[in-house]
Write a protein that binds this ligand. Sequence first.
Ligand SMILES: C[S@@+](CC[C@H](N)C(=O)[O-])C[C@H]1O[C@@H](n2cnc3c(N)ncnc32)[C@H](O)[C@@H]1O
Length: 212
Amino acid sequence: MFSYKQLRSRSRILTSRVSEGMFFLRRFVGAPRQVGSVMPSSPYLMRAMMDRIDWDLPLNIAELGAGTGVFTRAIVGRMTSGENPDEKLNGNLMVFEIDPALKAIIEKEIAGLVVYGDARELPQIMESLSVRQLDYVVSSLPFAVLPPRMTASILDAVDDGLKPDGKLIAYQYSKHMKPYFEKRFESVKISFVLRNVPPAFVYECSNPKKKK
Ligand SMILES: C[S@@+](CC[C@H](N)C(=O)[O-])C[C@H]1O[C@@H](n2cnc3c(N)ncnc32)[C@H](O)[C@@H]1O
């Protein structure tokens, strides 16, 4: 049985998830190929993505295509002790979201976090922050439906930015990107998360070939 307080807090979480979902759906209707999904990722997909990361801090992480911030919140939570809301991150987190309305949601929620725009700007942002190499890139970008030149230039930036033993952790709704990832990475492991709308494939891509 839940107490009245627990029920109120659960209903508040549910209400905010529903309004976040409705907002996201409206952004999808406005730009389906850019947003690439009808609703934010589920907690199951979020955990599957976060579990691919060895949280041996400090880490340099880039998150691409943050949407309403489902993964951003999880990453920030893992890069801090969670005890003090003003606490600095243990490492560097560069978050990218091209939709200004979604970008604004995250910046409003996570005080002090700067959200950058187009993921193609990753090299310039790394340079401006003096971040030489990334441990992880966490991507939600709908690579399969983005313009092919945009996908290629983002993947070039990811290859260039990652450490030789760095990883790209990405989810996709199909196996369309498998050969493209295999061309660029020594190892590509795929797992499947059923409890997401739609169900998703999680790609763990290790050791960029360019760095060999
Ligand atoms: C499938 S949604 C994922 C949102 C969120 N990470 C989640 O999992 O719920 C993909 C997001 O990538 C963003 N996006 C698309 N192209 C982008 C680009 N070139 N740079 C940065 N973000 C981009 C879209 O606006 C959208 O919010």
